[in-house]
Design a protein around this ligand. Structure first.
Ligand SMILES: Nc1ncnc2c1ncn2[C@@H]1O[C@H](COP(=O)(O)OP(=O)(O)O)[C@@H](O)[C@H]1O
Ligand SMILES: [Mg+2]
Length: 192
């Protein structure tokens, strides 16, 4: 996915990369929600941030979990654990209980710097969020990690976020048509 593929969102990308790379103290326990309507490019933007060479270089691990409508803390922790590099040498990472995951995760991620992207978060369940945040952010990796989540409802952002959500502004009608055109007819870029 090249930088040219992001239409009118490069500034947004830079702003989020900057936040991720900002000094520890300013992003202690950071949960940054990227908010916007469906199809506005939240996942795309998060992917570009995730794959940015500066981000790749800065963090030892990068973890991407698709949450969708199943906000099951145990499953999310399992996905996080399975996506760590250390899990490759750990054959029994599957089907672990919540408590086992809770105990193992610090071992796998302790003293590492890592951003976690939780894509497509829908649920507005503050209890579950607190549980997840406690597991992921508050087990001794303070300030070393950051969660970016993409979500549509602002309410999710206000429950889950620790800083002001990053709200994606609408493209203008003309920009939307240009984007549509380049997606529908990729070769049109050459002629316009
Ligand atoms: N600014 C943009 N530049 C290039 N492609 C975009 C842009 N915004 C959206 N898209 C494309 O539109 C589709 C939907 O975007 P997506 O990131 O899945 O939206 P969301 O996660 O907000 O629902 C994807 O194919 C994505 O690549
Ligand atoms: Mg999405």
């Amino acid at each position: 996915m090249s930088e040219e593929e992001i239409y009118r969102r490069k500034k947004d990308k830079e702003a989020i990369v900057k936040l991720l790379l900002s000094p520890k103290l300013t992003r202690t326990d950071m949960v940054l929600p990227i908010v916007g309507r469906g199809g506005m490019g939240k996942t795309m933007l998060a992917q570009h941030v995730f794959n940015d060479p500066r981000v790749q270089e800065h963090f030892e691990e990068r973890i991407w979990v698709c949450v969708s409508d199943d906000f099951d803390v145990r499953r999310i922790l399992e996905q996080i654990l399975l996506r760590t590099r250390a899990a490759a040498n750990f054959s029994t990472a599957k089907n672990l209980s919540f408590n086992q995951l809770h105990n193992l995760l610090p071992e796998f991620l302790h003293k590492k710097q890592y951003p976690i992207v939780l894509d497509h978060v829908w649920r507005e369940d503050s209890e579950k969020w607190d549980q997840l945040k406690q597991c992921v952010l508050q087990l001794g990796f303070k300030g070393e990690s950051a969660i970016i989540l993409t979500c549509r409802p602002l309410k999710v952002a206000s429950i889950a976020g620790t800083i002001q959500p990053y709200e994606l502004g609408l493209l203008t009608e003309e920009q939307s048509w240009t984007l549509f055109q380049t997606k529908a007819f990729p070769q049109s870029r050459l002629t316009t």
